[in-house]
Ligand binder design. Structure first.
Ligand code: NIG
Ligand code: FE
Length: 401
């Protein structure tokens, strides 16, 4: 197995409990194959590693590979026209109720072939990758019928393989009601319960998500989807409390959800339930910003109850047409008042938890050797700059990309 040592760097390991950011001055990272075998101060590098091929990082800052734990990156078309409509006075909810919104992306996605979807989605993935993202979650939810959901999930898998990106795939069939089921949401949930085992058997589902909201699915309908996921042994996550308090967070917690995402309207009861269940709060500053929301997620309450906080782009055509996770770090701080350290933990250690991936998110022995070299002196600079990309190099599973 190949051995390599990376030296002359400052390592923000994100290992909790020690220095801020888990920072190690003058660090060394020893890589064996695709894994980190040893991380620590360079002068303590075990003798067995001396003599292994060495990469001099030139004093760069090193962080774990970034993890974007909530995206809808695979879709057809765009919604620039709805952006214009909103600027002329319509609201996101009004557009959705009038047959636009998610439904308009469903039309464009259904009309696109697998190859067209790959071609349209690839630049988005590459933009994230260019900023140090090494693990990416991609949801379905713009197909809303077996063949189209399958197409989107297959595109997500194919993109991961073609672009050397670790992709976690989430089935979000319960994203919106497709037009052929108008007025019959429960019948559509029946249909979802038929689709899920088929797609799962094809190896296309790592987790199951739903949109529990007054413009989407009720808590009772969401529960039925989650029961089906549980029966297959699949973890769940939930779009909850984005536009109203629907009790989604507590419901997700009852199912031991990996994460609840958005959460601007979550109640203290919901926060408490999440804390007890160990459900991660995924905050999405891009959607908050783009929809010009004014109600902030209750960050102080999340901290007070010890809920783990992750940050993501929510990359999607309607509420967050964003392909910059670094920009989300900045917005998590400026809009939600997270500290730069919380924000960085939110796209590394905590984002890994939101995906149920125990093998990444920090720099320590045994973890995947996914890490990024940045032309920066301080980790806070990652969240500080707006629109900069200080990336020097990404190492994915031990191999420079
Ligand atoms: O996370 N909230 C539901 N889904 C997406 C938006 C989808 C869309 O508008 O196309 C979100 O914000
Ligand atoms: Fe989303």
């Amino acid at each position: 197995m190949s051995l390599q040592v990376w030296t002359h760097c400052r390592a923000a390991t994100l290992v909790a409990g020690g220095a801020p950011y888990g920072l190690l001055e003058d660090a060394a990272l020893a890589v064996e194959g695709e894994r980190l075998a040893w991380v620590g101060p360079r002068r303590e590098l075990p003798a067995s590693w001396r003599g292994a091929p060495e990469h001099d990082c030139g004093g760069a800052l090193v962080t774990p590979g970034l993890i974007d734990c909530h995206t809808h990156l695979v879709y057809g078309g765009d919604r620039a026209q709805e952006f214009e409509q909103r600027l002329n006075g319509a609201t996101y909810e009004e557009i959705a109720r009038a047959g636009g919104g998610i439904a308009s992306t469903v039309r464009a996605t259904r009309a696109a072939s697998e190859d067209e979807l790959i071609a349209q989605s690839r630049p988005r993935l590459r933009a994230l990758r260019a900023e140090g993202v090494t693990t990416l979650e991609i949801k379905s939810g713009y197909g809303l019928a077996l063949e189209h959901e399958r197409k989107c999930l297959r595109v997500a898998r194919a993109l991961g393989a073609q672009e050397r990106m670790s992709v976690a795939i989430t089935f979000l069939g319960a994203h919106a009601l497709p037009p052929e089921f108008a007025g019959r949401p429960d019948a559509y949930v029946d249909e979802l319960l038929r689709m899920l085992p088929v797609l799962h058997a094809e190896g296309l589902v790592d987790a199951v998500d739903a949109f529990c909201e007054r413009i989407a699915f009720t808590p009772a309908q969401t529960s039925r989807v989650f029961e089906a996921a549980r029966a297959l042994g699949l973890p769940v996550k939930l779009h909850a409390e984005q536009l109203s308090d629907s009790g989604g967070a507590a419901l997700a917690a009852r199912f031991g959800a990996l994460s609840c995402d958005h959460l601007e309207w979550v109640s203290e009861e919901g926060v408490r339930a999440m804390a007890q269940a160990g459900t991660v709060a995924v905050l999405l500053p891009g959607a908050f910003y783009f929809l010009r929301e004014t109600r902030l997620p209750p960050v102080a309450l999340l901290r007070q109850h010890g809920v783990t906080i992750a940050i993501s782009t929510d990359c999607n055509p309607g509420s967050s047409p964003c392909t910059s996770l670094l920009l989300m770090l900045n917005m998590a701080c400026t809009l939600f008042r997270l500290t730069p350290e919380e924000a960085l933990a939110g796209v590394t250690r905590n984002a890994a938890r939101a995906l149920g991936l125990a093998d990444r998110g920090t720099l320590e022995a045994g973890r995947r050797a996914d890490f990024v070299l940045w032309e920066l002196a301080q980790p806070a600079q990652l969240a500080y700059a707006i629109g900069a990309n200080p990336l020097l190099q990404t190492i994915q599973q031990g191999t420079p990309r």
